[in-house]
Design a protein around this ligand. Structure first.
Ligand code: EPZ
Length: 428
């Protein structure tokens, strides 16, 4: 077991390079299964546990993976001859649900472990299932395994999503790009990673139009080929460093970002009194004063992303005045608040609302990363707090942040990964 030891109070300064987007990459790797011929070379791949786990799952299915450079791999999926993904690694990660859409598109059937419970709230997949059924697949769940089968082949359909879902939008795209005829997804998610997966599928020869709007049109093709592709920069990792820069009253330039994807966080930071300078693929964040509290409501893109709600709550906790967070996406995404309270934050949670009264300072404490973004929030809190903070259960953080301690140390933070005998906090 490992934990982070952080000595707070250091101003972050300098530059940090943002990695490829986790939530795009975890869909692009399963999407490679759809390739009929050739090799997919995937660049700007984040070096995180979720990606290592997916590489193992693909290898177990029969894919050949070669490392081309630090963040580039080539994948040859032509050796895959199984539509069954029920190994232990599949259970470990939520995004393995993308294996269902990819295997269904390729083989007309799939058997994949049902994604389990979660620490940020119930995570249903009814909209994914609705999409697969509309395409002509029969869906059953047996012994925790979701089985989809389209005996007569997939046929394009009109699918209206009842909720805006990133996962359902991508999963339906994966299956539909090999269906006969045209599929229309209405009320589709518009996140940059949805667009990135569509761009990747199109680079393999798919015919997908409208990704990034709420109507996506997919005309099925019967053949996909290998391609070279570079994953879009991670807007959530970028947002986390922007918040850390502001919270430590630092001056940090982020390299390899798409400023347009960061508009929601940029607008909120400016409202709080932070200075932001946008370049073509850089953002400079500087702050030399106490920030003002603001209200945020999490919403699907282009609204304020739920994945940055937890890190931003730390900055709000030390901002002047009152802030209100309304979490509209996940009902249990305030578990980090109890940890922040140990550090002196004044926050009340009622249902999906968190009421924050800004305090002058946080003080170091032993806290737990209850999930991925809660872990990032605890690191930001540790950077801001007076004295030392330890953050345990950091395997959640390693799932989604590449080399976070080295990137932060490069900006002047005092953060170390240390071994511990303590039991990890268990969540998903
Ligand atoms: C993706 O999860 C991300 N994960 C999440 O990031 C992110 O929080 C979420 O999108 C929202 O932006 C990945 O991309 C791997 P959804 P996903 O389907 O696709 C409801 C992180 O920290 N819903 O867009 O699972 C659902 O309950 C992670 O990186 C249904 O009701 O989320 C939620 O309220 C955590 N039925 C809302 O829709 C469904 O079938 C949005 O969920 C599907 C979803």
């Amino acid at each position: 077991m490992e934990k982070f030891l952080i000595e707070g109070g250091k101003r972050l300064s300098g530059s940090v390079t943002i990695s490829g987007a986790k939530n795009a990459a975890v869909a692009i790797l399963p999407a490679v299964i759809l390739c009929d011929e050739g090799v997919c070379k995937i660049d700007n791949l984040p070096q995180i546990e979720d990606i290592y786990c997916l590489e193992k799952i693909l290898t177990d299915l029969g894919a050949k993976i070669e490392k081309e450079s630090k963040d580039c791999i080539s994948i040859d999926c032509t050796g895959i001859n199984s539509y069954i993904a029920t190994g232990d690694d599949v259970k470990k990660m939520r995004a393995s649900y993308y294996l269902i859409g990819a295997l269904l598109g390729k083989y007309g059937k799939a058997e994949v472990y049902f994604p389990g419970g979660c620490s940020i709230g119930v995570r249903p997949i009814d909209q994914h299932i609705k999409g697969f059924e509309a395409l002509g697949a029969k869906v059953t769940v047996e012994h925790g395994i979701i089985k989809v089968n389209s005996e007569e082949g997939l046929k394009g359909a009109n699918i209206y999503l009842d909720v805006v879902s990133v996962g359902a939008t991508i999963n339906i795209m994966l299956a539909a790009c090999r269906a006969k005829g045209v599929t229309i997804i209405e009320n589709a998610a518009k996140e940059p990673h949805v667009v990135d997966v569509a761009n990747f599928l199109n680079a393999m020869g798919a015919n997908i139009k409208g990704a990034g709007t709420d109507v996506i049109k997919i005309t099925g093709v019967n053949y996909l080929k290998g391609c070279d592709y570079s994953v879009v920069p991670d807007q959530i990792e970028a947002g986390t460093y922007m918040i850390a820069a502001a919270a430590t009253r630092g001056d940090v330039t982020l390299i390899n970002v798409i400023p347009k994807h960061l508009e929601a966080i940029t607008a909120k930071l400016i409202e709080m009194g932070v200075d932001i300078e946008e370049g073509e693929d850089t953002i400079r964040v500087s702050c030399n004063r106490r920030t003002r509290g603001v209200n945020i409501k999490t919403l699907p893109y282009p609204g304020f992303p739920t994945d940055l709600q937890q890190p931003l709550s730390v900055l709000l906790a030390v901002s002047e005045g009152r802030s209100i967070i309304t979490e509209n996406i996940w009902e249990a995404r305030f578990k980090h608040v109890d940890e922040l309270k140990r550090m002196g934050a004044n926050i009340k949670v009622e249902g999906k609302i968190a009421l924050i009264e800004g305090v002058d300072k946080l003080t170091g404490a032993d806290v737990v990363a209850t999930d991925l973004r809660a872990g990032a929030a605890m690191i930001v809190a540790g950077l801001v707090a007076e004295g030392c903070t330890t953050v345990s259960s950091i395997r959640h953080i390693d799932r989604g942040y590449e080399n976070i301690e080295n990137k932060l140390s490069g900006l002047g933070a005092n953060i170390k990964r240390i071994k511990t005998e303590e039991k990890e906090f268990e969540c998903d």
